[in-house]
Design a protein around this ligand. Structure first.
Ligand SMILES: Cc1cc2nc3c(=O)[nH]c(=O)nc-3n(C[C@H](O)[C@H](O)[C@H](O)COP(=O)(O)O)c2cc1C
Ligand code: SF4
Ligand code: SF4
Length: 276
């Protein structure tokens, strides 16, 4: 049987949710599911026939950790098929196109690409709560159904079928937003009186921006390499990490939120009428 690996990078959890839904709905193929880590044990990729690779769109591009992951990838021989997907808040610009090009340079060819709209995890903290920024695609279930079919086709095909992702010319209008968005450096802080010293922020940050404190047990943050995915802010169990005192009271996208979304998607996908 062909082997499938679902690899994902996710900040708050939208991309992880889609990756988990793929795994559960493709259970007959027993796919493996793995979060991307830096460094990454690239040699395991040789064991799989199809890689499903998911990432969130940040500033119209792939996050810096994802770029690092692909840049450090060894050249693959022979060609390997990749199903690439992204989640985005409003507009994914050319994120799929650019990452697809980088993968091609490593001999990973795109067999399909997909995008899913999800709540904007940055806007939740940075902007006033405007409804359009917190919507899912109305047709997420239909999309998922179609994409799951495409994944099965990729697996059944004995050839590595290559598609060329579309370059969106109008994404150039989004360039100022991308340019300035990428250059803003936030400074996260911890409320020492609230921190319960669980070390979750230290364990979960892909770019190791949090270190266990030496003099106190409250972790210490360094924003030098931070990609501002806000995973640590959304997932701190004590709500102790903040961008500013104003954002402290903003609703958080935590594990409970994404578990609910995943259960909802799986129940819809199992419902014949909603699926169509
Ligand atoms: C730093 C940052 C930048 C973002 N930039 C964009 C963007 O340019 N376009 C967009 O549509 N969504 C953008 N978003 C929203 C995310 O793409 C969206 O919330 C995504 O589903 C998050 O997935 P995750 O929870 O797996 O990280 C951004 C989010 C963050 C945290
Ligand atoms: S996740 Fe929150 S509570 Fe846990 S160590 Fe980090 S700041 Fe403290
Ligand atoms: S410190 Fe927080 S916001 Fe920055 S990369 Fe790590 S988890 Fe993401």
């Amino acid at each position: 049987m062909k082997r499938v690996l679902i690899l994902y990078h996710s900040g708050a959890g939208s991309t992880k949710t889609i990756a988990e839904v793929y795994r559960e709905t493709l259970h007959d193929l027993s796919p493996d599911l793995m979060p991307i880590t830096l460094p990454f044990p690239y040699e395991i990729l040789h064991h799989y026939d199809l890689i499903i690779l998911g990432f969130p769109t940040y500033h119209g591009e792939a996050p810096s950790s994802m770029v690092q992951f692909v840049e450090s990838m060894p050249l693959f021989e022979p060609q390997k098929a990749v199903f690439l997907f992204t989640t985005y808040g409003l507009y994914p610009a050319n994120a799929l196109y650019h990452l697809g090009k980088m993968l091609k340079e490593k001999n990973y060819v795109l067999s399909y690409t997909a995008g899913y709209r999800a709540p904007a995890t940055d806007a939740a903290l940075l902007l006033p709560p405007i409804k359009p920024l917190f919507r899912y695609d109305k047709n997420t279930v239909k999309k998922l159904n179609n994409h799951l079919e495409q994944i099965r086709k990729c697996i059944e095909s004995s050839l590595v079928v290559e598609i060329k992702p579309r370059f969106r010319l109008h994404a150039l209008l989004n360039y100022p937003n991308q340019y300035f968005g990428k250059r803003v450096k936030h400074q996260l802080s911890v409320d020492n009186t609230m921190c319960v010293q669980c070390n979750r922020c230290v364990d979960q940050c892909i770019l190791t921006c949090w270190q266990s404190g030496s003099s106190s047990l409250v972790p210490v943050y360094d924003n030098t390499h931070c990609e501002f995915c806000f995973k640590c802010v959304h997932h701190c169990p004590a709500n102790a990490i903040m961008l500013s005192s104003k954002t402290k009271i903003r609703p958080k996208f935590n594990q409970v939120f994404y578990q609910k979304r995943k259960d909802e998607l799986l129940s819809y996908l199992n419902n014949e009428e909603i699926r169509r």
